[in-house]
Design a protein around this ligand. Sequence first.
Ligand SMILES: Nc1ncnc2c1ncn2[C@@H]1O[C@H](COP(=O)(O)OP(=O)(O)O)[C@@H](O)[C@H]1O
Ligand SMILES: [Mg+2]
Length: 516
Amino acid sequence: MGAAASRLRAKTGTSASRVNAEDIIIGNDLLELVSSAMYVDPMSIFREYVQNAADGIEQARRTGALDQVAPGTVHIEIDSKPRSVRIRDNGVGLGGDTFVKRLTALGASAKRGTDARGFRGVGRLAGLAYAQDLLFRSRSDKSESVRELCWDGRMLKALMRETDGPNDIRALIERIVTVKDIAGEDYPEHFFEVELRGIVRLRGDPLLNPNAIADYLAQVAPLPFSPAFSHGAAITARLAQNVVQAPLALTVSGIDGPVYRPHRDMIANGNKTPLAVHAVSFIDVPDIDGTVGAVGWFLHHDYEGALATATLQKGFRLRVGDIQVGGDALLEQEFPESRFNSWTVGELHVLDRRIVPNARRDHFEQNAHFANLVNHLGPHFRDIAHRCRTSSVQRKAQRDLELALEATSGSLDLLRQNSVTPAARTRLVREIEGQIDKAEQLAAASEATAPIVDKVAHARSALSELADLGSVDPLAFLKPKERGQYQRFFELIYECSQNRVAAKALVDRIIAKISE
Ligand SMILES: Nc1ncnc2c1ncn2[C@@H]1O[C@H](COP(=O)(O)OP(=O)(O)O)[C@@H](O)[C@H]1O
Ligand SMILES: [Mg+2]
């Protein structure tokens, strides 16, 4: 007898017994929990269906139904009249006995333990929350007829409201699911199609908006990089060493051409200036056994500030099976300052199978393997934060340099005017020397451009010329005593003035007046 059981017996005086399976009630609400209640972001239903398509396509490659070079295609057809969306793939499909069995099962995925992306056996029901009807059509071979299975979402809601309706999940599914055979001539030899019909109207109607769908899937789905993104090939080649990649050719009705990942050479950053991408860098993250547990990449740009959400690439993101898990802020707390996450463009492909997305796919299960991964990312996030900070330091140095150059040229004008006592003039030369030294330092710190460096050098030579050769004495026509008085008077003007430029203009006018 186990220790727990003997403790229980010691306490109660009787032995513990098991409950009977027939006495366990599995109520209707469970269905709600695995469909409607599961996905907070309505767009994630597209992720679930594209994920299934990607699994179906990979399986088709394994079975030979799709040859290695043929593209895996997913097409999303939007029909706004019946408010329907159809998502069709050219994967292995589902036929024979398995069609009904797999599509009525709850949480009993045949994919568990395989390389497939799904494994919880509920994702295909995501649409139930947002549509009146959820239909699946498929066949896996041209010799079969096409079968259609429909989950009646409206009846489901009605039955859930009835207090004396069936309160057994099997009886409920029996009432709301229907199956039929349909003529196959208009359908491909093997395919799988989901149709959401009577889609609910949400704010902005994103579920029927081709651009919203494409923008969402550009971020999360396993799609190729745009040919217009010149680092795409390098990233693809680097990832191919570790990640099985078979990006999908995905099209959305109303949008020309395939949907690509959002990265480009120039990041259009909302209403701010576009950012140029300068370089890509790669990282390997070890798992707890020291082998590669994840591979990732960063795009380095000007780091001028946070990226707009509309760039579709803001924030460090994680992917499993080339599908995004969670959102753009998943690891923002791991940055030295969380705001720097939104300056970052980067992705990590998790390879370690012990790092598992949670059921909602909005985060990972919290375990030692995930904790180890996050730990190893720390130095990389510190590096990004350093880039962000130094770039703002650089920008500050540039601004300071501009100010220093302006001040230097004002002081040189004063020296050229030559209106003060020899002692004050010596002080002024010292001051300008100091200003030029500072400008030189700032130019080095901010990696100033050649024209700016020239400007600094020019100020230096102007100073030495003026200091060595002196300037024309504008008060030479005065008697020495008078001259000295004016010089001290002008010094006072400079000392008491808030604004050197204005003071110099005043002194210029006075000199002009007295030399008339
Ligand atoms: N696009 C598809 N192609 C082929 N089979 C599919 C497709 N979508 C769903 N299925 C079948 O339905 C099953 C249940 O899907 P789902 O509820 O998403 O759970 P999971 O993906 O976790 O197995 C899948 O395991 C698969 O057998
Ligand atoms: Mg799935």
